[in-house]
Design a protein around this ligand. Structure first.
Ligand SMILES: Cc1ncc(COP(=O)(O)O)c(C=O)c1O
Length: 394
């Protein structure tokens, strides 16, 4: 594990909480209302003139959602945050908020398929051009920058190969050119990485994953500079992809144990990566703690831990890989990651199913690739399960 100081365990539990909640409740109430009432027209005018800070309508704000936003901002060391109905609502709203016709966006290519789809097939409709650059390739980023470039987007670590771009180098290229930087740090969590510390403007989380942590809610959050967050919040007001107050409550509840869960994800995934590397039925393992990982040095410099996803390639074809996945007894076959339950997927049969083997390989996804989202079950049992499944397909 890298030798960074671990963040305090207190903010995930208590961060940004008010002195008391209604009825002196211990936990944040779910304020389940679509709108808010005004005592009289004078109260309305006071609010309209900005003399009173309060809620007006559910699409513009909600106290439960606001607490989630404040807590994530605190965990990220950011000025402000805004929550959405899903991670993709956050991704699309942020990119739409920060670009206009004639602008250019650079995206590091190893990323969640829908983010890539939005940038490469959808943004063009609004006159926004894009360039895809290879993961973590800062020289390629520099070569891709144009006078019209307004935004650089990357995941850190990326999905599924866990590449970590040199964030200070990205910031050093973008800041002087007034190009905004957006890092999807879903795989890292604020426990393992704070991109703000490395000069990044905006940090995005699919809160569906580690922040909520229990595979039972969809949500997204973006944290960063107050002015930029405000632009993105404005887009949310128009597009309407608000975080539901009950979802915000579930994410807040999940965040209370985030540090504990992530500590276990880090330990278990490291042990699994080490157990898999060198196994005769495994061709290659991707996990940043391994010296063989292309981002090992950068990740060790920037991150406090590497999270719960281990990606590996079986020494076999599509059928052998499916047989291996089917033999696993603990992880369930499902998309997603970041929850207490281990999940496994063969991307060729999930996110990339509609592509041919050749088309998949063109985007770097082999038929024998497996993405293992390590939960918080007993690591020795997870490893024994992997070994029995590998033994069965030998
Ligand atoms: C890195 C990353 N970002 C964003 C998303 C989208 O999040 P959501 O499913 O909450 O819309 C995902 C989903 O898998 C993801 O893995």
């Amino acid at each position: 594990m890298p030798e960074h100081k671990r963040p305090s365990l207190t903010p995930p539990v208590r961060g940004a909480e008010p002195e008391s909640y209604a009825h002196d409740a211990l936990t944040a109430p779910i304020v389940q209302t679509a709108t808010y009432t005004f005592r009289d027209t004078a109260a309305l005018v006071a609010y309209m003139e900005g003399r009173e800070e309060r809620e007006e309508y559910g699409r513009y704000g909600n106290p439960t959602v606001r607490l989630l936003e404040d807590r994530v901002a605190m965990l990220e060391g950011a000025e402000d945050a805004v929550a959405f109905s899903s991670g993709m609502a956050a991704v699309t709203s942020a990119i739409l908020a920060l670009t206009k016709a004639g602008d250019h966006v650079v995206l590091f290519s190893d990323c969640y398929r829908r983010t890539r789809q939005f940038v490469t097939t959808f943004l063009g409709r609004f006159g926004v051009e894009h360039t895809l650059v290879p993961p973590a390739d800062v020289a390629a980023l520099e070569a891709a920058l144009r006078p019209e470039t307004k935004l650089v987007v990357s995941e850190a670590p990326t999905n599924p190969y866990l590449t970590v771009v040199d964030l200070p180098a990205v910031s050093a290229l973008c800041r002087p050119r007034r190009i905004r930087t957006l890092i999807d740090a879903t795989f890292a969590t604020p426990i393992n990485l704070n991109p703000v510390d490395h000069g990044i403007d905006l940090i995005l989380h699919s809160a569906t994953k580690y922040l909520s942590g229990h595979n039972d809610v969809l949500a997204g959050v973006i944290a960063g500079k107050a002015g930029l967050v405000s632009l993105i919040r404005d887009v949310r007001h128009m597009m309407g992809a608000v975080c539901d107050p009950h979802a915000a409550f579930l994410v807040l509840r999940g965040i209370k144990t985030l540090a504990l869960r992530v500590a276990q994800h880090n330990i278990s995934a490291t042990a699994i990566a080490e157990a898999l590397e060198g196994h005769p039925r495994i061709r290659r393992v991707w996990y940043p703690s391994l010296a063989s990982h292309p981002s090992h040095t950068v990740a060790t410099r920037l991150m406090r831990g590497f999270g719960g996803v281990v990606t590996f390639e079986l020494d076999g074809d599509m059928a052998a890989t499916s047989a291996f996945v089917d033999r696993l007894r603990i992880p369930r076959i499902a998309p997603s990651l970041g929850g207490v339950e281990s999940l496994v997927e063969q991307p060729a049969l999930m996110s990339y199913f509609e592509l041919t083997t050749e088309a998949r390989e063109a985007v770097g996804i082999k038929d024998s690739l497996v993405r293992y989202a390590v939960g918080i079950e007993e690591p020795d049992e997870l490893i024994a399960d992997l070994m029995q499944a590998l033994g069965a397909v030998s």
